[in-house]
Ligand binder design. Structure first.
Ligand code: NAG
Ligand code: NAG
Ligand code: NAG
Ligand code: NAG
Ligand code: NAG
Length: 665
């Protein structure tokens, strides 16, 4: 009897506790740029006046963080000033970030923070890879979970129940590991597979000024805020943060496979065997109580479930319905596309790429589109294809060609892109007639735009996209000569390996491909950096990477640029049309181009550093080492096809199939 009563008590208590816990799904705070690149919150305390001592201290303190090369743990905390002008600040990079990248992220984030929260005495910014906060109050060692920001992925997990069963223990384990870190780093990352589903990649991090207990408390609270059902998400707090995705978004060296202990089976129902030993009447009483308890439990659970659900549904309804309507809004009807392109007429054909022919089309509403009719079929099912298109369509940046939607019909897959009127960079830098249009300002603008587009793909977007086939014909130019990168995310749409690693399938174009990728199939963001470097040198010189091929001394553009750089005859590299006055910007661009094509993969800068090197002349550039040799290909090989496709390829390195197929866009 007594035990039953205490059980009832426990159930009631549990219900009360759960009801208290549930409201932690609080509305979050702070504003974010789209895609959650940056989120910030300026606190509403007494403002400081522009130009006063507080501002001076603040500026010098924050810039000391982004220029501090002493501490390489990615954590900075310090204060500056006296009394009412004292500023305390903390900066934290994601635990897997190398120092140069950390500094570049801090620099940019600090810049945005100071600009957008000017005159606020307290503020915080979370960027995808760092956090910077400052206050006039003491903030060190104090666990602070407010303000906070929740950034759930818009896409639901394939099987939410199974997903949850892995996600929660994974986050628990990582939180525990992070909390056990030292006073320089409290960070843990890892991944675990969902049986029959996705793999979850996750990380947990505290500012290392937290002690173990405060870090653990902060992360425990944060796990409750992460919500359920989605296949990714971030929760950002001043003292700690969590993130999980179904793709690898951190340096794979930072985290390994985490063993998730199998779920504990639910305790057996109150044993009827025990009851048997006792008298008959007692048995009946116990049965009645058990039935009652079960009834009460079920009833309360149902009530509780609906309360929580209601609350969650309310929170997530918008996103879910947005998601479904998003897929719908992306799907085009085949007839619409057929009539827009005049039944894929040759007159409308813009070109033939590796993944299929591209047509110009005009929708009934007058909007022009580019229609890519995919010729190859991936093994991907329609549902996965739709999911991937939805993800790629959400990558929006002014320097990316926008994916507007798709169209599915038996045996046909079609992608619909925004139409970019001015054709590609290929046409502009190498075509002798249009050549003259590209003055230095335009070229500089194009280089900067490509860099920002790539930075977005590599680091700032939610998906980490490696382009793998960056070349002039994939850089389109709009009316104002703004560059737009085309054909990104194709690997996703064709289910190739995503983030980095060795691959069986090489997609790329000779000359633009980094040697480690062309030879070993090893790709990473640094292979895109190599291609970017080649592009920069082509834009500066007006020469194609392979234009030297038929010369006698067989020198390629990279060696040519390198030799002139070393011999201090840099002006020779520049396009003759630009030789009037070799400006500092030109010098820096050549320098950056050479840094990007270095043979040593690790020495190539990250895109974040490239962008900061381009935007600020005060960033000092390291001395480039020798570039990788240009990869000669044997023109007598089995690479066949039209002019453009001669240099492009799509080679399966599978031993069983030695086919080699021309691959051009
Ligand atoms: C900062 O301010 C600019 C201009 O007001 C705005 O476009 C941008 O979205 C703001 N950034 C953030 C992170 O809120
Ligand atoms: C960083 O480096 C400076 C100078 O070496 C040191 O004073 C400071 O304590 C270090 N740590 C942090 C977290 O800033
Ligand atoms: C970013 O770095 C550059 C060069 O080091 C520096 O001039 C600039 O002030 C930095 N910006 C911020 C906001 O720290
Ligand atoms: C933990 O955080 C609380 C504030 O939440 C703070 O008062 C306390 O001093 C912290 N503990 C330690 C050991 O720093
Ligand atoms: C956080 O949660 C874990 C597992 O649920 C638990 O072991 C740990 O004691 C909790 N930490 C704190 C500080 O409550």
């Amino acid at each position: 009897m007594g035990s039953s009563r205490s059980m009832l008590f426990f159930i009631t208590l549990a219900i009360i506790i759960l009801n208290l816990v549930a409201p932690t799904m609080a509305q979050d705070d702070g504003t974010c740029t789209h895609e959650g690149e940056y989120c910030l919150k300026c606190s509403d305390t007494v403002p400081y006046t522009a130009g006063d001592k507080y501002q001076e201290n603040l500026n010098s303190l924050l810039s000391s963080f982004s220029s501090n090369t002493q501490n390489n743990s990615g954590f900075y905390s310090s204060s500056r000033g006296q009394d009412s002008n004292k500023v305390n600040a903390i900066a934290l990079c994601r635990g897997d970030l190398p120092q140069d990248s950390c500094q570049a992220w801090l620099n940019r984030s600090t810049h945005i923070l100071l600009q957008n929260c000017s005159t606020h005495k307290e503020a915080i910014i979370w960027a995808e890879r760092c956090m910077v906060r400052y206050s006039h109050e003491v903030i060190f060692g104090i666990e602070q979970t407010d303000p906070f920001k929740r950034l759930p992925s818009p896409n639901p997990a394939k099987n939410p129940q199974q997903f949850e069963v892995v996600l929660t223990p994974l986050l628990d384990i990582l939180s525990e590991r992070a909390a056990a870190g030292d006073s320089l780093k409290k960070f843990a990352a890892g991944h675990a597979p969902v049986p029959g589903g996705e793999t979850i990649y996750a990380l947990a991090q505290c500012t290392p000024d937290m002690d173990k207990k405060n870090c653990s408390t902060c992360l425990n609270k944060t796990i409750l805020d992460i919500g359920g059902g989605m296949n990714g998400g971030r929760v950002l707090k001043p003292s700690c943060n969590l993130r999980y995705e179904i793709y690898s978004f951190f340096d794979s060296r930072a985290g390994s496979l985490v063993d998730i202990p199998p779920p504990v089976p639910p305790p057996p129902a109150p044993a009827p065997e025990e009851a048997k030993k006792k008298g008959n009447t007692k048995q009946t009483v116990i049965i009645i109580i058990v039935v009652l308890v079960v009834f009460v439990t079920i009833f309360s659970s149902i009530c509780f479930f609906f309360r929580v659900r209601k609350r969650r549904v309310k929170l997530e309804q918008d996103e879910n319905s947005e998601d479904i309507s998003l897929v719908e809004s992306l799907q085009y009807d085949f007839e619409t596309i057929r009539s827009a392109t005049d039944d894929f007429s040759d007159a409308n054909k813009l070109g033939q790429g590796g993944f299929g022919a591209v047509y110009k089309g005009k929708l009934a509403n007058g909007r022009y589109i580019a229609v890519k009719r995919l010729s190859k079929n991936s093994e991907q099912g329609d549902r996965e294809f739709k999911t991937e298109v939805t993800l790629v369509a959400q990558l929006q940046h002014r320097n990316l060609v926008r994916l507007l939607g798709f169209c599915l019909k038996a045996g046909e897959r079609i992608l619909i892109y925004e139409y970019v009127p001015n054709t590609s960079l290929n046409h502009f830098i190498f075509d002798t007639t249009d050549h003259a249009h590209l003055d230095w300002e335009t070229r500089y603008k194009i280089i900067g735009g490509i860099a920002r587009g790539l930075l977005y793909l590599h680091e700032d977007s939610r998906l980490r996209i490696i382009h793998r086939d960056l070349k002039p014909s994939n850089i389109l130019l709009d009316e104002d000569m703004n560059p737009k990168i085309a054909d990104f995310g194709m690997a996703r749409l064709f289910m190739m390996d995503q983030t980095q690693g060795d691959t069986q399938t090489i997609v790329g174009t000779y000359g633009y491909m980094a040697p480690e990728y062309a030879i070993h199939g090893r790709f990473s963001v640094k292979s895109d950096i190599f291609s970017f470097g080649v592009l920069v040198l082509e834009i500066l010189s007006g020469k194609r990477i392979n234009s030297f091929r038929n010369r006698e001394n067989e020198e390629d553009l990279l060696s040519y640029a390198w030799r002139n750089w070393r011999d201090n005859t840099v002006a020779n590299i520049m396009d003759p049309k630009l030789r009037t006055g070799l400006g500092i910007e030109m010098m820096r661009c050549i320098h950056i181009g050479l840094l990007c094509v270095q043979e040593n993969v690790a020495s190539r800068p990250s895109m974040a550093s490239v962008v900061s090197m381009l935007s600020s002349h005060s960033v000092t550039l390291s001395v480039p080492s020798r570039p990788a040799y240009y990869l000669q290909y044997n023109s007598g090989s089995d690479l066949t096809g039209s002019d453009e496709s001669k240099n492009s390829m799509h080679v399966s390195r599978n031993k069983n199939s030695d086919f080699t197929e021309p691959y051009a866009r």
